[in-house]
Design a protein. Structure first.
Lengths: 135, 292
């Protein structure tokens, strides 16, 4: 189905990661993945760590790593606010691997002073990043 | 009049000071440029999160969140952003005098400090105010971890009722020569302050999961965005202040060098004249003696 392209802005605290017309976007909402096409009804969702899949006009696809944030749309444009957002080529695989090992160690050893939820999220972030670098 | 040697030594030392101030000025210029870039790229996020906050505003009164609780204000948490390094003109002095004024304006309240930057810490650790947290050596890029460290302290303190209100004093950056210490209220968040544009309600969007849950998720992030922006602005102001003060220091050094060169030349001329006078009077005296 041909749809009208609409603008997607992916913005983090530090920079604008993506700002282009697109055909559709699929993002990891806190209650599950959802997709947005042009003319979507006004919608706001919180996001969890995940992969945001973008389809550009003409069918070219792009995946971004996005960590927790929000997505909002008024039907004409979509704004995605995330704590961190990276294109696959920007991901530091070595660092992600190290973060993964660190988080795993924390979760298996469980020293009393750590925040289990934080370690879990860190692990999820690392795994998601690695998944994206491996295509 | 001091001898030519002394003056020469002074000129040399002023020149080397000037070289340092010039170098510092150049560094400040390039850091200021980077800080301004960061400030520019931080703007979209701040604007968008504001927009999101506004779209949630209609449901704000229904929301019962620990960061929105209003209590009678007895204890204030005060976050203060100063620099780690000096030689930046009145930058730190301005922030600190604004802080002192703030504390004097709240005489019946207990003010507890959260300090960012060494200069503020060096001053306030010698005073009697309780210091709850310090963050020194902030990185040039300002990492998310640093922002979270501060917001974590604030949120925890507010939730545990250690603070009934949290304010932030930072230096607003308008341009390199125009900066201003500002007091910004961080907590409790008030709907009236969130809605700067007079709340144009465009019909409530669909919220997933719910407006309440999104709000709970958003509030700490909104706070982080504000703290980050204040830190970035402060760093830009610091570099601006340093650039300006180093520029005037270099100019003062230039003036001093020219004044000293003048007195050096005078002293040199005086000594030449004196020597000449001695030689001629000597010769004159000899000739006079021979004539006799």
């Amino acid at each position: 189905m041909e749809t009208e392209p609409f603008i997607l802005d992916v913005v983090t605290l530090k920079r604008v990661v993506f700002s282009e017309p697109i055909e559709s976007v699929v993002a990891a909402g806190t209650v599950g993945y959802f997709g947005i096409l042009a003319g979507h009804t006004p919608f706001v969702s919180s996001l969890q760590v995940g992969i945001t899949k973008i389809t550009k006009p003409g069918g070219e696809k792009l995946s971004l790593f996005t960590s927790s944030g929000f997505l909002m749309t008024d039907g004409k444009k979509v704004i995605l606010l995330a704590e961190a957002a990276e294109r696959p080529e920007e991901i530091d695989a070595v660092r992600a691997q190290r973060a993964k090992e660190r988080a795993e160690k924390r979760l298996t050893e469980r020293p009393s002073d750590i925040d289990i939820d934080r370690a879990r999220v860190a692990l999820l972030r690392a795994i998601t990043r690695l998944k994206l670098t491996r295509g | 009049m001091p001898g030519t040697k002394d003056i020469k030594r002074r000129i040399r030392s002023v020149i080397s000071i000037q070289q340092i101030t010039r170098a510092m000025e150049m560094i400040a210029v390039s850091r200021l440029k980077r800080a301004e870039d960061r400030l520019r790229s931080a703007r979209p996020y701040a604007e968008k999160i504001q927009e999101l906050m506004e779209s949630l505003a209609p449901s704000l009164p229904r929301i019962d969140h620990p960061l929105l609780v209003k209590r009678e204000v007895k204890r204030i948490g005060l976050v203060l952003i100063t620099s780690d390094k000096g030689l930046c003109g009145g930058y730190n002095a301005n922030v600190i005098s604004r802080t002192t004024r703030f504390i004097n304006e709240h005489p019946d309240k207990e003010v507890r400090l959260i300090l960012i930057g060494r200069k503020g810490y060096d001053l306030f650790r010698r005073k009697t105010y309780p210091i709850d947290h310090t963050l020194l050596q902030i990185s040039k890029e300002i990492s998310l971890q640093e922002v979270k460290e501060i917001s974590g302290v604030i949120v925890k303190g507010f939730q545990e009722a250690r603070y009934d209100e949290v304010d932030l004093i930072y230096t607003r950056f308008q341009s390199a020569v125009s900066t201003q210490p500002i007091v910004m209220k961080l907590l409790p968040l008030e709907s009236s302050e969130v809605l700067k544009k007079g709340s144009e309600v465009k019909g409530e969007p669909i919220f997933e999961p719910t407006a309440e849950e999104i709000m709970a998720y958003l509030l700490p992030k909104y706070l982080e965005a504000q703290i980050y922006k204040a830190m970035v602005e402060s760093v830009a102001s610091e570099q601006g202040a340093r650039m300006v003060s180093m520029k005037s220091a270099s100019e003062n050094a230039e003036e001093m060098i020219s004044a000293l060169s003048l007195s050096y030349n005078k002293a040199r001329q005086a000594s030449i004249t004196k020597e000449l006078l001695e030689v001629t009077t000597g010769a004159e005296a000899l000739r006079f003696a021979q004539k006799k």
